[in-house]
Design a protein around this ligand. Structure first.
Ligand code: SF4
Length: 85
């Protein structure tokens, strides 16, 4: 059975999507990025380094992906990667 919720505008959204929205981490890069490429080196699925600052090309959607983004944060020399839970 598919679980759904109704929002005020009466559109159905998946309860699983709603839970994912609430509990997964959001990744962003702040202006201290120096374009070194270390983040993309360890998590190329999530970070792209074509300009300053680097950009997040995919948000993590499960624990393994969150771990990969945490690894990228740990190698960033500027502390430019912010993980928001
Ligand atoms: S590792 Fe940090 S400083 Fe280097 S490109 Fe990525 S976000 Fe920017």
């Amino acid at each position: 059975m598919k679980r759904t919720m109704k929002k005020n505008n009466q559109k159905n959204i998946s309860l699983d999507s709603f839970i994912l929205f609430i509990y997964t981490m959001k990744v962003q890069i702040n202006s201290t990025c120096v374009w070194c490429g270390a983040c993309a080196g360890v998590a190329w699925d999530f970070f792209k380094v074509e300009g300053i600052p680097a950009v997040v090309i995919k948000q993590p959607t499960n624990a393994d992906e969150e771990k990969k983004c945490e690894e990228a944060k740990s190698v960033c020399p500027m502390g430019a990667i912010e993980l928001i839970k």
